[in-house]
Design a protein around this ligand. Structure first.
Ligand SMILES: *[C@@H]1O[C@H](CO)[C@@H](O)[C@H](O)[C@H]1NC(C)=O
Ligand SMILES: *[C@@H]1O[C@H](CO)[C@@H](O)[C@H](O)[C@H]1NC(C)=O
Ligand SMILES: *[C@@H]1O[C@H](CO)[C@@H](O)[C@H](O)[C@H]1NC(C)=O
Ligand SMILES: *[C@@H]1O[C@H](CO)[C@@H](O)[C@H](O)[C@H]1NC(C)=O
Length: 398
């Protein structure tokens, strides 16, 4: 979708000028807001990830390693010139395209300082997009979490085009690995899927714990990236909104992706943090089944993966849902963990949001499932005839 709109991308109209004016205001305000947040949030996310690629010029303008006491200027987003990003992406060469997100195209780029980055180019530079863009910048440049994609900076608001510069995550999306271009690699073993679920839950629980609350709004396997060691990085906060503390919901025009969207949204046009929990439930089912969230090739009652999963789980037909590759039939430890994760997905997918757990509870339950799995795995490996051998492990832990 959307690639046909290429012609519209470069169009600069009056709305942009208005948008840019308003944008600068918003930008200054948001810097102040970020600073306030940081003071409030100081070190809540644990250790800031240290990236040796980040040069000194970058350190001046962000707080990655910085001291929150240094002052509000350290919380501005770094600006990259349009020219620099044009050159970095080989003039937005098709061969540099990483993906098409529906309202944006992402290009791989190499900056002069050697950093490899992902440059996001929005299709329509109209007023709404700029607002969304600034919203994304504002939110992301405040966030530091090992399971969230880091925003390095953007083009200045007065630039001919608005571009976002992100940390480059090399190994594709979970969707690529589960049922897309990388699925034939069969890299996602059950223990990896388990830890990807936990890391994604960590990121979402972090967003939900921030004051004011951040709702991701577009949780899906296409927005969960993996690095070299298959650590999860949650991306795309384009649909996020800052939520005022005194409001438990926000009413806006429909957003999100079919197959992942909270069913309650259609009744009351409200997205809550429980909407992310619902979408995360769909992600869990995808991790169990390797099936698409929406697949028109499936029979009518099973087009929607969430409905299909609920039906199968209720009828004790989980084995029909599970990806045979995972060893559900042959490995008791895996079978138990998958069953527990399916139960968890089931409660996340409840139609009524009050019935769903919070993201924090989801995270605790997932950790619990994983630790039980590891205990059983260790006891099993003591026996010579163990079905559990060759558990892959990663070089490093987050
Ligand atoms: C895009 O990149 C390819 C490979 O690097 C190159 O052959 C081609 O000429 C480039 N196209 C443009 C329009 O620059
Ligand atoms: C991950 O990406 C790196 C860099 O592009 C590549 O060298 C590596 O083979 C990839 N690993 C997998 C499992 O795809
Ligand atoms: C991922 O799968 C590819 C192809 O099967 C394999 O070459 C590569 O070593 C795997 N990577 C990891 C980290 O397991
Ligand atoms: C969701 O938001 C409500 C209201 O702001 C808050 O009380 C609750 O703790 C949040 N839940 C999670 C999982 O963060």
């Amino acid at each position: 979708m959307g690639v046909t709109n290429k012609g519209r991308r470069n169009k600069i109209n009056k709305h942009i000028l208005i948008g840019v004016g308003v944008g600068i205001g918003v930008f200054l305000l948001s810097s102040a807001l970020c600073f306030a947040w940081h003071r409030h949030q100081k070190r809540r996310e644990g250790s800031p990830s240290s990236n040796p690629l980040i040069g000194s010029s970058y350190a001046e303008t962000t707080s990655r390693r910085g001291d929150p006491e240094l002052g509000s200027t350290t919380f501005q987003t770094h600006f990259f010139s349009y020219q620099e990003l044009q050159e970095a992406t080989n003039y937005f060469n098709v061969s540099n395209e990483l993906g098409d997100g529906g309202y944006s195209t992402v290009y791989k780029g190499k900056l002069k300082d050697g950093r490899t980055v992902a440059v996001k180019r929005l299709y329509n530079n109209n007023y709404k997009r700029i607002e969304q863009f600034l919203n994304e910048v504002k939110i992301l440049s405040c966030l530091r979490h090992q399971n969230l994609v880091t925003l390095y900076g953007c083009t200045p608001p007065e630039s001919q085009e608005l571009l976002l510069v992100y940390e480059f995550i090399p190994n594709g999306t979970i969707a690529d690995h589960l049922h897309g271009s990388r699925s034939n690699q069969k890299n996602l073993t059950w223990p990896l899927r388990m830890s990807i679920a936990i890391e994604t839950a960590e990121a979402l629980a972090y967003l939900h714990a921030i004051d004011p609350l951040i709702i991701h709004r577009d949780v899906k396997t296409n927005n969960i990236l993996v690095d070299n060691n298959f650590h999860a990085k949650v991306a795309d906060f384009g649909l996020s909104k800052l939520c005022p503390t005194d409001a438990t919901h926000i009413s806006t025009a429909p957003q999100g992706t079919p197959g992942y969207l909270d069913p309650e949204y259609h009744q009351c046009f409200q997205l809550t943090n429980k909407s992310d929990v619902y979408s995360f439930g769909v992600v869990l089912v995808e991790l169990i089944s390797s099936k698409l969230a929406v697949d028109l090739k499936r029979q009518t009652s099973e087009i929607n993966l969430a409905s299909m999963a609920i039906h199968k789980i209720e009828n004790c037909e989980l084995e029909q849902l599970v990806d045979p590759f995972l060893g559900y039939q042959s490995n008791m430890v895996v079978k138990m963990a998958i069953s527990q994760m399916a139960q968890l997905a089931f409660i996340c997918l409840q139609g009524e949001k009050e019935m769903r757990p919070t993201m924090k509870e989801v995270l605790e339950m997932l950790k619990d499932i994983e630790s039980k799995m590891q205990i059983h795995q260790n006891t099993e490996t003591l026996s010579p005839n163990s079905v559990v051998d060759n558990w892959p492990s990663r070089g490093s832990t987050p």
